[in-house]
Ligand binder design. Structure first.
Ligand code: UD1
Length: 419
């Protein structure tokens, strides 16, 4: 099994460039199923999850031409052969559920394997299905799959009980061809939703309000091919910001949208970091002031992202004093705590709250990534732990970070992959 070996080489310094956003490219790739002409997607990160989405699209009949060395994908869904995402691929990636809305809209029926819970929580899809139903689809449950079926979807007013990112994306794509007007209220406001809406609008869709809590979609007859560049990954950005902070380094992070990482900037500043928004990118300095404890609470955008919680917790273990973390988005996103404690951290948790008594020195240990962001947090902790930190189950990390080792080494980290 491949693992990362991480050593403490002191403060990270230099420049790193951020790749395209995983959570943008996946829904955008799925949305391409709506269009029967060639679409070009640029700044595509070379990630495991993107490869799986390519395989899913190919299995559905999409002509996929992937040029990962130039971060470019050409997708042509002239014909969609099936209405079912292969269960073995669907099981490999939860984002496979995002094919459901486009397939339903295009074929009148979509079948997907029921996504089970995952390490970070139950992650049901009730809100996705509620949206399809409101558009007139019939929902049929099998033992291991669910089907949405509708001869013709009709626009409707839909209220989401929770601003789920995936449900917002799936309902938008389902509604693109629906007759009349669809209004979705209490939707997710994440930048990835805006990117998806921009992509679809370039193809001829009529979507307004993305980035606010209400989205309005006028149904159109068809979409045409386009070229789109995905936004930079705000979670990769945040992870490198924390890498600079935790090592008390000085790193310039390029290809970023500062507005997308406002909560991370705010919390790092509260800790005592200096974050400068320069013409070249975000410069994060952890070497100016002594860092102090702070509290974070994860929330839907524009709140503090749950996908940055574990990395920030790693940082909080290194500052003197007590910090609190409250995770409100996922019910079980604390599996990195036992691993960080194994490295010498002092963290306790009860339900959704965790208390970090910071300042205890971290030491290298063999620790396991339990999910993508937890794995990144352990690598960050390894950058400041004494001795060697061995991070196992790194396939989780490779699902979401492109060239993680090379990018970290480029700013002075000592990390290597061992197979
Ligand atoms: C997306 C991101 C993931 C991020 C998450 C929250 C992608 C590919 N993944 O995941 O990295 O951590 O947003 O920012 O974009 N829920 C329900 N019913 C539903 C749908 C969701 O109860 O039908 C709950 C979930 O269990 C969870 C919460 O809503 O507790 C947030 O989930 P959601 O926003 O849907 O996350 P994802 O789209 O799965």
């Amino acid at each position: 099994m491949a693992k990362f070996l991480v050593e403490n080489k002191g403060p990270l310094r230099g420049e790193v460039s951020i790749s395209g956003a995983k959570n943008s490219v996946l829904p955008i790739m799925a949305a391409t199923l709506l269009c029967n002409e060639e679409c070009i997607i640029q700044d595509v990160p070379a990630l495991r999850d993107v490869e799986v989405m390519c395989q899913i699209l190919e299995s559905l009949g999409v002509k996929v031409d992937a040029d990962f060395s130039n971060n470019r994908l050409s997708l042509n869904a002239t014909e969609i052969l099936h209405n079912e995402t292969p269960p073995e691929l669907a099981k490999r990636m939860r984002a496979s559920i995002l094919t459901m809305g486009p397939i339903l809209a295009r074929k009148g029926s979509a079948v997907v394997a029921l996504p089970g819970g995952c390490a970070i929580g139950a992650r049901p899809i009730d809100l996705h299905l509620k949206g399809f139903e409101a558009l007139g689809a019939e929902i049929i449950f099998g033992e291991h799959h669910v089907e949405a079926r509708a001869e013709k979807l009709k626009g409707n007013r839909i209220y989401l009980d929770y601003p789920s990112v995936g449900a917002t994306e799936n309902i938008i794509t389902a509604a693109v061809f629906a007759e009349g007007t669809t209004i979705i209220e209490n939707v997710a406001e994440e930048p990835e939703i805006v990117d998806l809406a921009n992509y679809l609008n370039k193809m001829g869709a009529k979507i307004k309000g993305a980035g606010t809590d209400t989205i309005k979609i006028e149904g159109v007859e068809r979409l045409h091919g386009t070229t789109h560049t995905v936004i930079p990954d705000r979670i990769e950005t945040g992870t490198f910001m924390v890498a600079a902070a935790i090592t008390r380094g000085d790193v310039l992070i390029k290809n970023v949208v500062p507005d997308h990482v406002r909560p991370v900037i705010a919390k790092l500043t509260e800790c005592g970091c200096v974050v400068e928004d320069t013409i070249d990118g975000l410069r994060v300095r952890g070497d100016v002031n002594p860092l102090v404890a702070t509290d974070i609470k994860t929330l839907p955008y524009p709140g503090f992202p749950t996908d940055m919680q574990s990395q920030f917790m790693a940082l909080l273990t290194t500052v003197e004093g007590q910090s609190t973390v409250i995770e409100t988005v996922f019910e079980n996103r604390y599996m990195h705590i036992s691993e960080l404690n194994r490295m010498g951290a002092d963290i306790t948790h009860d339900g959704r709250s965790a208390i970090i008594n910071g300042g205890a020195p971290l030491h290298g240990s063999s620790v396991m990534s339990t999910d993508l962001r937890a794995g990144a947090a352990l690598v960050l902790a390894g950058l400041v732990a004494s001795g060697t930190t061995e991070v196992t189950e790194i396939y989780h990390i490779e699902r979401g970070y492109t060239e993680f080792v090379d990018k970290l080494r480029g700013i002075g980290a000592e990390i290597r992959k061992e197979d």
